[in-house]
Design a protein around this ligand. Sequence first.
Ligand SMILES: *Cc1c(COP(=O)(O)O)cnc(C)c1O
Length: 494
Amino acid sequence: MTLVYQSTRDTNNKVTASQAILQGLATDGGLFTPISLPEVNLDFNQLKDASYQEVAKIVLSAFLDDFTEEELDYCITNAYDSKFDTPAIASLVDLTGQYNLELFHGSTIAFKDMALSILPYLMTTSAKKQGVDNKIVILTATSGDTGKAAMAGFADVPGTEIIVFYPKDGVSKIQELQMTTQTGANTHVIAIDGNFDDAQTNVKAMFNDEALRVKLLAQKTQFSSANSMNIGRLVPQVVYYVYAYAQLIKSGAIQNGDQVNFTVPTGNFGNILAAYYASQIGVPVGKLICASNENNVLTDFFNTGVYDKKREFKVTTSPSMDILVSSNLERLIFHLLGNDAEATKSLMEALVETGEYKLQAVRPEILELFDAGYATEEETAAEINRVYKADNYIEDPHTAVASAVYTAYKAKTGDQRPTVIASTASPYKFPRVAVEAVTGKDSGDDFKAVQELHDLSGVAIPKAVDGLETAEVRHKTVVAVAQMQDAVEKYLGV
Ligand SMILES: *Cc1c(COP(=O)(O)O)cnc(C)c1O
């Protein structure tokens, strides 16, 4: 049986996994989403002794069921290798009252590496399977971490080109330098005079522009996406939830079958959606706790059923979560509506036209799985400080948002189930914020903060920031939001 991926906005738009990965986004504006659950039997008595790669093989072969075993072996072996600075790939750290699942051991020190180290292999394999020999142009909007991780994956991959848009004043200094110093003849980085939502909206518009698609095809070129709108991003993220559960059994923290909670610092709703799929294929989940920063549109949505983006966009110290339109929520909405594409489409159109929609869920039991909260800037800094004092461990601001939301959730509900915090970035990516939260003093300079962070935490300075200060800046283009498409056409010569 082949798993069907269908557009969230058109019942007739159905594809296989490899077609969905290659296209990235459905051309009707929707997102390809599995309409049934894959058949997979997670035997945790065995999985507890499995390597990350072995767990990946089981999860990926379930969701990407038109890939052969050899194809998946090739993708997994090349993705999860010594690019990661621990053989565990994702490490589970036992802190006071919570487990932090460190997803930042890849080459760009954010959790985006978990999926973006494998996406180029999945995509080039998909192109081969489909007999497509067009040049694949990866068009990406980033709130700071996807751009770098995607370029690290796609740089100099034959047959691909990658164009990344980021909000000029919406990323950390280290994030910006990581992108603007990117090497590789096929990489392009463009800062925009706007925020992440502007970048994402215009990238989606280019995907849906029929005239542009025809022009590109005439020169044997097509777009694909490295954003979490691509299921090739989402499926590899399911792996570490299964792996984390198995590791909890292995360490004796839980018995096979015990429920655990996952708290996920959320922006575009990709990471937590992967946790939802993990729960649907057999990971015993208590609550999925959706943690937001002051851009708390999702907190309000889970508490009221109304998604209302008409609010001030805030630039925070957790920039990768500064998002008001969470793309992947559309997939959950689709499931909440009983996989009804017509109904999903009308809500998404209402969001564009009126800035809000109200959900009448036909499957409220899905909503029951979720809890939601947000942390203010002050609460986030206080949480970094609290965890440092309790465990001599320094969280990055995104992880701290989740950690703070969980601490409040536990106090509110008394829920004692073991809880995993998805730790999405290394503090070295946001050193000034982390150091100031611990010491109360601003280092005044990102690279001075890197050294101070090292002195405070004793954690080795990762390769990703070592040498960054003096690396050559290769990408300097800044464009207005309205000029994004011109910039793309110029690079591609159309
Ligand atoms: C992207 C990102 C997030 C948000 O993840 P989503 O899948 O977009 O919800 C959180 N933290 C960090 C560090 C990120 O890079």
